[in-house]
Write a protein that binds this ligand. Sequence first.
Ligand code: NAD
Length: 488
Amino acid sequence: MKAFTKQPEVHNFIDGQFTKNGQDTMDVISPLDGSIISNLPLSTYNDVDKAVKSAQKAYVGWSSKTLKERIQIFFTYRQLLEKHMDELTKLIQLENGKNYGEAKAEVEKSMELCEFAVSMPQIIGDEVQEVSKGVECRIERKPLGVVASITPFNFPNMVPHWTMPNALVLGNTMVMKPSEVVPLSTMRMAELLKEAGLPDGVFNVVNGGKDVVEALCDHPGIEAVSFVGSTKVAKIVYKRATSTLKRCVALGGAKNHLLVFPDANPDMTASNVVASMSGCAGQRCMAASVMVGVDKVQHIIDKMVVEAQKIVAGENLGSVISAEAKARIEKYIAQAEADGAKILVDGRNTTVPGKEGGFYVGATIIDYVTTDMSVAREEIFGPVISIIRAKDLDEAIEIENGSNYGNAAAVFTQSGGLAKQVMERASAGMIGVNIGVPVPREPFSFGGWNDSKFGVGDITGRSSIEFWTQNKKTTTKWNPEAQTNWMS
Ligand code: NAD
């Protein structure tokens, strides 16, 4: 087997320069074949401190530019993303393992996120009003200062773009900490931002894991922390960042339920449900994890089996992120089997010829799952769907509402009335009607409920403007001779 080409060593990006900080390093492994493709420094508190100081220094000039000046960089940067689309796509594939189409969609989404950011002057909505005769009150949105963004492994390019463009165009400077297992896309992002003309120090990158995240939460120079990752870590980060009085939004894991009714279009439903659970190898926080089959839906399940059998690892299915992830997912499937569920399509022991060292799990459908089983309750984060049978809408809603998570939920039906009931009663932040991955496109914002998100507001869209800014209220009077009332 031929290993992938080694990538340059990962460096921190501080004050516009790549610097080799941190004493210890760890390997970066391509999940496509298990080969070592790079290594990265494990930054220390000292490295974080340098990055924060660089961002503080840059904040003075960056925040004093006008919004219209700041967005110019992002017009150029968005063009660079398009120009380097193929290269960026392949880099995502290499470090994350998803297939070409899925990786390309990430870069396209990052471009859309930049398009939202450059529209900021049109939507920011600063207000001015004559509140008393001759007296004006205005509200302006001002940046916070240095902010931090901590990202997960599953979208190495897109999730960093959930936060970076909006936070920066609004006048903040940033220290980003990518997932230590997929650091290459963020390093390339830093290079392209520099090429687009972003002043040094406005965007900085530190690398590593838990220790670096803790340093970011604790550092007194950071005003706000955004986090995307598992619920376990989201809770730790939310508590730690807010305990040092920072603003925080922390997005967590998911267990998304799709409610399928007998009147649903069989072909469209089967292909949507299977695509939702297996796309990006099930490593999407919007992936279908439980299908609640209401009443007589056997004909749809039969079609799902046919769809799932068309999925071939290494062709239209990428790898999962690591050997540990593969082992964890396969253990869940084995546990479901031991608990009495029926495995309709089994993705265990999947290998790809020529890439035997890679971490592959085939699409898996598990039927007759009950709500007490671990596959019904816990986030699996692999290409696996559990089918729970329900007798009617009320029981289906009860199953969905029983989950601690609340990222997405979807309903498949031809009935507007049924769909409306699910839209009203599902306990999730993002709802799909005949859509298996209901990601709201810009300008609509992204964010879940319950244990899928901690903090106020969403991470993208208009909602993020609140998060990345604070309001300044100014009351002015210029003409003392003007008639004024008691509020003057
Ligand atoms: P993770 O929680 O393991 O890691 C996320 C980040 O936290 C990484 O940068 C990592 O270095 C850091 N980290 C890990 N352990 C830590 C600890 N103990 N203390 C402090 N920091 C720590 O998540 P992951 O495995 O990279 O990503 C997958 C998870 O992210 C899934 O649960 C998925 O549902 C979730 N996710 C959620 C959304 C969403 O929008 N809600 C989006 C993408 C991914």
